[in-house]
Design a protein around this ligand. Structure first.
Ligand SMILES: [Fe+2]
Ligand SMILES: [Fe+2]
Length: 324
């Protein structure tokens, strides 16, 4: 695999709602507070981060427990000198590359939100978020290129989810898909990385990004509050299906499938081992601890979604403290 991705431009046709607000009225003080917080807490990825940190990409930068085949029979048979360091580098690259691509998706989605948001105050906040996402792209991209020296293309499942969110003309789908589901899951994953990472630079990056993402999720919850009250029929079912299907995709499809053959391991066996791994199943469900309480706050934990979440094994999180 080439360490750096080729330049390719990938287009998605999106219909975009554009709204003006000529009144510029302040209607929601909490949105103003969030906007002020964004400005106060901005950081510069070039100067704030300790880029002179020496990083060995073959060491355990984040916990090995995040490697989907960790602890399985295949893992136990890996050669600690020839194979494990390579698997570490590739899995960390896979993970952070998809974070990077997710950040680009967030950058694009938030720029659409700037255009579509119905109030000026919402546009201003969204614009601040656009710049947050730009810094996130910058930080992950530099870390991957300089420190890991290996970048994976986007997982086809992430690409599918981003396409759906970006191409849909309904503004609430962008909030629901990006600000509640994808960023909620990212917040869960960043939290685990931050707690377990040994490498100080990735810890620092993760911490700064998490601080921003918590505001982004809060913005999503604020913007969608009340949106689904009284929504019925096929309108509501569209949202319910989207929430369940996206959750299924996020829970089941990110198992580093692209890595195994690349590092010379048996593809089918690794996929089966990753799928069956009890630690991974627990871990993947844990990522929903931020999402489920927020779905509930939005009034979207309907009997239909509840049943879907039950089947996914993530309903237990409904009573967890919401992140926002
Ligand atoms: Fe971000
Ligand atoms: Fe974000």
């Amino acid at each position: 695999m080439d360490p750096i991705l080729d330049h390719t431009v990938d287009h998605v046709l999106a219909s975009q709602d554009v709204a003006y607000d000529w009144s510029y009225a302040a209607r929601r003080p909490e949105l103003g507070t969030l906007y002020e917080k964004s400005k106060d807490l901005m950081w510069n990825a070039r100067t704030t981060l300790a880029w002179d940190t020496d990083v060995d990409p073959e060491r355990e930068l984040v916990s090995d427990a995040m490697i989907p085949i960790y602890g399985t029979e295949i893992w136990q048979k890996l050669d600690p000198v020839r194979e494990i360091p390579k698997v570490r580098q590739h899995v960390v690259s896979y993970l952070l590359s998809n974070f990077l691509h997710g950040e680009q998706g967030a950058l694009l989605a938030t720029s659409q939100i700037v255009a579509a948001a119905p109030t000026a105050e919402s546009k201003l906040y969204a614009a601040a978020q656009v710049f947050d996402e730009a810094r996130h792209v910058e930080a992950y991209n530099r870390y991957l290129n300089e420190k890991i020296q290996l970048v994976y293309p986007p997982s086809p499942h992430l690409k599918q989810l981003l396409d759906t969110v970006l191409a849909d003309s309904r503004w609430d789908f962008k909030f629901l898909g990006m600000q509640i589901l994808i960023e909620g899951l990212a917040l869960g994953a960043f939290g685990l990385i931050h707690q377990t990472a040994e490498e100080p630079l990735i810890k620092q990056i993760t911490q700064l990004i998490m601080q921003d993402e918590a505001r982004h999720v809060a913005y999503g919850v604020m913007s969608l509050r009340g949106q689904y009250e009284g929504m019925t029929g096929s309108e509501l079912r569209d949202r319910e299906d989207f929430v369940i299907e996206s959750s299924r995709l996020l829970r089941d499809r990110f198992l580093a499938q692209e890595v195994w053959a690349t590092v010379g391991l048996p593809q089918a066996e690794c996929e089966a081992a990753a799928n069956a791994s009890v630690t991974m199943q627990m871990f993947r469900r844990l990522l929903f601890s931020k999402i489920v309480p927020n779905i509930k706050r939005l009034g979207l934990l309907t009997p239909y979604v509840r049943q879907g979440f039950e089947e996914l094994g993530i309903l237990e999180y409904e009573t967890w403290e919401p992140s926002a």
